[in-house]
Unconditional design. Structure first.
Length: 336
């Protein structure tokens, strides 16, 4: 089941019309909500009571990371069980009994995870992937409790057991596997740059002597160290980079193509240039001890790849990047 509360044509048209003011609305989204509407998902930017799943008796503890292939994850344990047949004592059963899936997300990354300025709902490709996980656990795609986090908080909230899953343009790498676990790859992005419409730059190599922004706590910012002639400017969030760019305080933004495409949709004076300078395999982050949850989520992703859901979500949210590619092929072989 594909869930989207505000369809693409209305969403994109509204944001383009809002222009700069729309970017500022999104920049102010990471504040506590006054309270959700009846039947709406709960949203929070403060600590939750902790993941009820963290101590589930059925959870396996991951061994110390040995990372020959960072995108290798844990294979699903057979066919995906229905909500009424979740293994007793499992992480998934604990989440079902609690009544909601606690998820760490962005509220300001257009097309991946952003708060719609008209409806107030957080929506995007990452969010709809989480709706699929919710549907698999509860038989209801909307049992999501959102925790709005920055890129730099992704590891922290998983290591502390504050959330069950993080879906926030989260690149899988060996260093992160040391403290958390990842699902199989569900999207393959690449790092590019956003510049002003009149810029002659054709890629990141043409930005020597210029100021380039990237969010703290990201592989994107780390990669700027490979270009010593560029002045790297960190910001708390991707939208923070956009605000600096629109204020003329930085000359460019670097990030995954998915994120920059959203910025270009908001700002008619910006464009995305260059070939991708990196491979950014996105995975869903999950606490390391919840190996059973990783396997379950991988079963959900397998179903999305084969039943057309993945392609439908790509067309809905990321079609601006071009025709839908084939979904990333899952790689397994990791053992607890």
């Amino acid at each position: 089941m594909i869930t989207s509360t505000f369809r693409k044509s209305g969403r994109l048209g509204a944001l383009v019309a809002l222009g700069l003011s729309g970017a500022l609305v999104l920049a102010g989204c990471a504040t506590p909500d006054a309270g959700p509407a009846a039947g709406a998902p709960v949203t929070s930017v403060v600590g939750t009571s902790g993941s009820a799943a963290a101590g589930a008796a059925g959870s396996s503890v991951a061994a110390a990371a040995t990372c020959e292939n960072p995108v290798a994850s844990y294979a699903p344990d057979g066919p995906l069980p229905g909500p009424g047949a979740l293994p007793a004592g499992s992480t998934m059963a604990a989440i079902r009994d609690r009544g909601s899936l606690v998820v760490g997300v962005s509220a300001d990354t257009l097309q991946l995870g952003a708060r719609n300025p008209l409806s107030g709902q957080i929506e995007g490709f990452d969010i709809d992937v989480l709706h699929q996980v919710s549907n698999a656990i509860f038989g209801d795609p909307d049992r999501l409790q959102f925790r709005v986090i920055t890129s730099g908080q992704r590891l922290e909230v998983l290591e502390n057991g504050e959330v069950d899953v993080v879906a926030r343009a989260f690149t899988i790498n060996c260093e992160r596997w040391e403290t958390i676990a990842f699902s199989s790859e569900y999207y393959h992005a690449g790092q590019k740059v956003l510049v002003t419409r009149d810029s002659e730059a054709q890629g990141i190599a043409d930005l020597a002597g210029q100021r380039v922004c990237a969010p703290d706590g990201t592989t994107t910012l780390e990669r700027l160290q490979e270009y010593p002639d560029i002045t790297a400017v960190p910001a708390t969030t991707h939208t923070g980079c956009l605000a600096l760019f629109q204020q003329g305080k930085v000359d460019a933004i670097t990030g995954d193509d998915t994120i920059l495409a959203g910025f270009a949709a908001q700002d008619p004076y910006a464009k995305v240039v260059g070939q991708a300078i990196s491979d950014e395999p996105y995975g869903l982050g999950i606490p390391a001890q919840n190996v059973d949850m990783v396997k379950f989520v991988n079963g959900v992703l397998e179903q999305m790849r084969t039943d057309g859901t993945w392609t439908a979500l790509y067309d809905e949210w990321l079609g601006v990047l071009g025709p839908a590619p084939a979904p990333p092929v899952a790689v397994y072989g990791r053992t607890p």
